[in-house]
Design a protein around this ligand. Structure first.
Ligand SMILES: [Zn+2]
Length: 430
C-alpha cells in the first residue's frame, strides 16, 4: 500500500498534541459556559479560570511557566541558546460576553499543542519558544484594545490603567487587576517584560472571523496583512426639513439623498479598486433619520451615520480619505447640505513578515495542508507586535458563523492542520 506524501511528511516531523488541546477546549467550555456560549471577562473570573487551566496543563507537560505584572502567562520550551531572541506564539484567553469557545483560545492552544509536541519529540529548539496567553484583548470590556500585549511591551500608560473603566462594572482596569491578585502599579513602573529586539518572531493563530475559508473550502489561511482603518462613528449630514409635495427638487436640501449619493459613489470607487486588485472594505453600518422629526411625507433634514473604512494599504486608505473630502465637497455644493464626520479614529495597517509567510506556506505544502493567502479584516494582538517591528505572521483556521457568538464552528481537524503547520515551522531553524 502506497504511503501518501502527506503521511510521509507527517511521519518525518513532530506532531502537535491535539488530544491535549481537545481536552483543554472541553474544560475551558465547561468552566466558562454561560448557558448560550462562554463568557471570559477581561480581568475577571472567566479569564482567570482559563489562565489557571492552561498554566496547569503547560506545567504538567514540562514547560516553564511564568506570569508578568499584567497577568500575561508565558509557557516556555527552553532552547539550546537561552540568550538568543525567542520565538513567541501568542493569543488571548478572554472572550466577549456569550462568545464562542474558540476566538482567542484556539491560538493559545495551537501554540501549546505545537510546543508540547516538540517537547514530546525530544526536540530542543535553537532558541526559547514561548507560548503567551495574553490578557484583555477584547475591547468590549474596557473600550480599549490589546491591554495585555501593550502592557507586556511597555506601551500601556498609567493613565489608562487608572482611568479606563470596565463597561459593565464601572471599575477601573487597576481595580480589576487587584481583584486578580495583580499589582497594577508594577505594570507601568517595572521594566516591560518583552522587548521587540529580544523577539525573533511572533506567530498568532486565530479562527477566521469571516466566511472566506468556509466558502472556498480551505482549512487554513496565511495572513498577508492586518487591515488598518479609519472610523467615524458619529457622522452627520444636515439639510433642511421640507414638505414632500411642495418643495421642488432643485430647492431641496435632502439629507437622505445626500448620504445615499455618498454611499453609492463610495461603493462605485470600491468596485473600481477591487477591479484593480486593491484591498478595501467600506461599511456604513448605522444610517438613521431622527424618528421624532421625520415623517413619510417630509424631506429629511438630518441623517446620522457611521463610516468604517479598512484596507491593508496605506495608499488605499489615503485615497479613500481624498475621495471623502472631494465627494463630500461636491455633494455639499450641489445639494445644499453640510457634512460633519465628527471624531474619527484611525489605525495603521500591519504587514506580515514575508519570510515567515513563506515558511508557513512551505510547511503547509510539505504537509499537504491546503492553505491560501488572505488579509485579516479584524485587529489582533499581532498588530501591536508588528507595529514595533517584530517579524510577525498569522494563521487563520476555517470557522463557520463568524466569531464573538456561541455558534462559532471550528472543526478540530482544521485546528489540527493549522497546528501541524505551526509545529513544523517551529521545529525548523529560526
Ligand atoms: Zn480574538
Amino acid at each position: 500500500m502506497a504511503t501518501t506524501a502527506r503521511h510521509r511528511a507527517q511521519l518525518e516531523t513532530p506532531r502537535p498534541d491535539i488530544a491535549l488541546a481537545q481536552s483543554l477546549f472541553e474544560s475551558l467550555h465547561e468552566a466558562t459556559a454561560d448557558g448560550e456560549g462562554v463568557t471570559r471577562e477581561s480581568y475577571g473570573p472567566g479569564e482567570n479560570a482559563a489562565h489557571g487551566m492552561v498554566r496547569d496543563a503547560a506545567r504538567s507537560a514540562g514547560l516553564e511557566t511564568d506570569v508578568d505584572a499584567a497577568g500575561n502567562l508565558y509557557m516556555t520550551l527552553p532552547g539550546r541558546d537561552r540568550t538568543a531572541p525567542r520565538v513567541l506564539i501568542g493569543s488571548h484567553l478572554d472572550s466577549v460576553r456569550r462568545g464562542g469557545n474558540y476566538d482567542g483560545a484556539a491560538g493559545v492552544l495551537a501554540g501549546l499543542s505545537a510546543v508540547v509536541g516538540l517537547e514530546q519529540a525530544g526536540i530542543r529548539p535553537a532558541q526559547d519558544v514561548t507560548v503567551m496567553a495574553i490578557r484583555a484583548e477584547e475591547s468590549m470590556w474596557f473600550s480599549a484594545s490589546y491591554i495585555g500585549s501593550r502592557a507586556a511591551l511597555g506601551l500601556l500608560s498609567p493613565g489608562e490603567i487608572t482611568r479606563i473603566r470596565r463597561t459593565d462594572s464601572g471599575r477601573t482596569i487597576a481595580e480589576h487587576m487587584v481583584d486578580c491578585g495583580l499589582d497594577p502599579h508594577a505594570v507601568t513602573t517595572e521594566p516591560p517584560r518583552l522587548h521587540p529586539e529580544s523577539l525573533a518572531a511572533y506567530y498568532e493563530v486565530h479562527i477566521e472571523q469571516g466566511p472566506v475559508l468556509e466558502e472556498r473550502r480551505i482549512p487554513v489561511g496565511i495572513v498577508t496583512g492586518i487591515r488598518g482603518n479609519f472610523r467615524c462613528r458619529e457622522a452627520r449630514c444636515t439639510g433642511e426639513y421640507g414638505h414632500c409635495g411642495t418643495v421642488p427638487r432643485s430647492l431641496r436640501r435632502d439629507a437622505v439623498a445626500a448620504v445615499s449619493e455618498l454611499i453609492f459613489r463610495t461603493d462605485d470607487l470600491w468596485a473600481e479598486l477591487e477591479a484593480e486588485g486593491g484591498d478595501l472594505a467600506v461599511t456604513f453600518g448605522v444610517v438613521s433619520t431622527d424618528a421624532a422629526l421625520s415623517a413619510a411625507s417630509k424631506v429629511a433634514g438630518e441623517i446620522r451615520f457611521s463610516m468604517d473604512v479598512r484596507s491593508q494599504s496605506v495608499e488605499t486608505l489615503a485615497r479613500m480619505r481624498g475621495h471623502f473630502d472631494s465627494t463630500i465637497a461636491d455633494i455639499e455644493d450641489r445639494r445644499g447640505v453640510r457634512f460633519d464626520l465628527g471624531p474619527c479614529s484611525e489605525t495603521s495597517p500591519a504587514k506580515m513578515a514575508p519570510s515567515l509567510r513563506t515558511r508557513l506556506a512551505e510547511a503547509a505544502a510539505a504537509l499537504r495542508v491546503s492553505a491560501t493567502d488572505m488579509p485579516s479584516g479584524a485587529g489582533h494582538d499581532a498588530l501591536v507586535f508588528a507595529g514595533l517591528g517584530v517579524p510577525t505572521a498569522m494563521l487563520f483556521i476555517r470557522n463557520a458563523h463568524g466569531s464573538h457568538n456561541p455558534r462559532e464552528a471550528m472543526e478540530i481537524e482544521d485546528f489540527a492542520q493549522a497546528a501541524e503547520v505551526l509545529t513544523m515551522v517551529l521545529a525548523g531553524p529560526e
